[in-house]
Write a protein that binds this ligand. Structure first.
Ligand SMILES: Nc1nc2c(ncn2[C@@H]2O[C@H](COP(=O)(O)OP(=O)(O)O)[C@@H](O)[C@H]2O)c(=O)[nH]1
Ligand SMILES: [Mg+2]
Length: 337
């Protein structure tokens, strides 16, 4: 049932809404979490997002018979509060306005499918498959501390390995000893090679060694971890630029993918970080972590729309298998189911 399914003729005077109910959150499922399919897991993770997003909208429109300016304002506020982001919200509201002008009112189902369709056009489709190239495919992972870079690298390494690919990790977050150790643990856990140097060594030098060793050993995929310091854009740009350049010396065109990791649970901060990183370097994909249990999953929509960079992976937990290839359709279905 659609989100507004229980509100009959929401914007139709003759048929005033009598009740509004959103699907109840069911908490009785944690014991069977491991048995859940990817889609079910996504649905679980997005429950809070769905509830906050649509509860707010529902409250806004409940009992209203026409869409007037004040309701549009309220819908705008509800969308912004759902972490979709201001720019993207304004886009949606503009389209809604012109639609309402044309048709005078929308009923509940129409508003429902309007939003579903609009959100569908705002999210970019994403392709996760790695192209077949003779050199190792190099993924450089960037993002601020704590967003889940190293964890995502571990999960990704596992995913690629299970596809039969030979993976090499590069511990270029040399800023903290713990960061190198953490990646070593992941490499052992997954059973893949890792290239590292001592803490404090030059990250570009680690990246260089990693790509060189991967090439010499016929690896399929290289994943480079980087430090998450964000002093300022100039430093960031310089450091990331240096790492990129040295890798490009070993393999033309590398890094093939610069993956920005963002923590969905930080909402607007994630959008702010995307602004800073895209200003500092070319970012080609996004991994959005911690979508499990956050109410801020709407941030997927804003990020995808504003930065025109595909969300390629989503993190839905801390476990090794809790990384999903992002599917726009599954995401929309989960939110609007
Ligand atoms: N719930 C949840 N926690 C995550 C996810 N990804 C990472 N984490 C946790 O976030 C914390 C920071 O992760 P880490 O990989 O060290 O971040 P880094 O500093 O960017 O490398 C760790 O406790 C991870 O277990 C996710 O998708 N969901
Ligand atoms: Mg790390």
């Amino acid at each position: 049932m659609g989100i507004f399914g229980k509100v009959k003729g929401l914007f139709n005077d003759k048929d005033k809404p009598k009740e509004f109910a959103i699907d109840k959150v069911d908490n009785s499922d944690s014991k069977s979490k491991n048995l859940l399919s990817d889609k079910q897991k996504l649905g679980e993770g997005l429950k809070k997002t769905k509830k906050s997003f649509f509860d707010k909208l529902a409250k806004t429109v409940a009992g209203k018979s026409v869409i007037d300016d004040s309701i549009l304002d309220d819908i705008e506020e509800a969308l912004i509060a759902s972490d979709i982001g201001v720019e993207t919200t304004l886009k949606i509201i503009e389209k809604l306005e012109s639609r309402v002008k044309k048709e005078n009112y929308l009923n509940s189902n129409e508003l429902n499918s309007f939003l579903k369709e609009e959100i569908g056009t705002l999210i970019k489709d994403s392709c996760q498959s790695i192209p077949n190239i003779s050199d190792p495919y190099v993924i450089m992972v960037v993002g601020v501390n704590g967003v889940g870079k190293t964890t995502t690298i571990g999960k990704l390494a596992n995913k690629f390995k299970s596809q039969g690919k030979k993976v090499v990790l590069g511990a270029a977050d040399t800023f903290r000893a713990a960061a190198v150790d953490q990646l070593v643990i992941w490499a052992e856990r997954v059973g893949v090679e890792i290239v590292k140097q001592d803490m404090g060594s030059d990250p570009a030098s680690v990246a260089f060694d990693t790509v060189q060793s991967a090439k010499a050993n016929g690896a399929d995929v290289v994943i480079i971890d980087t430090a998450g310091r964000l002093h300022n854009n100039v430093n960031l740009m310089r450091e990331l630029g240096k790492i990129r350049n040295v890798m490009g010396k070993v393999i033309d065109e590398s890094p093939h993918d610069v993956m920005l990791v963002l923590d969905a649970s930080t909402g607007q901060n994630a959008i702010e970080q995307a602004k800073q990183f895209t200003a500092a370097t070319d970012v080609s994909s996004i991994a959005l972590t911690k979508l499990d249990g956050t109410a801020k999953g709407g941030v997927v929509i804003g990020i995808s729309d504003q930065f025109k960079i595909p969300v390629r992976y989503i993190g839905v937990g801390e476990g090794i298998n809790d990384l999903q290839e992002f599917s726009k359709q599954d995401f929309i279905d989960s939110i609007f189911s």
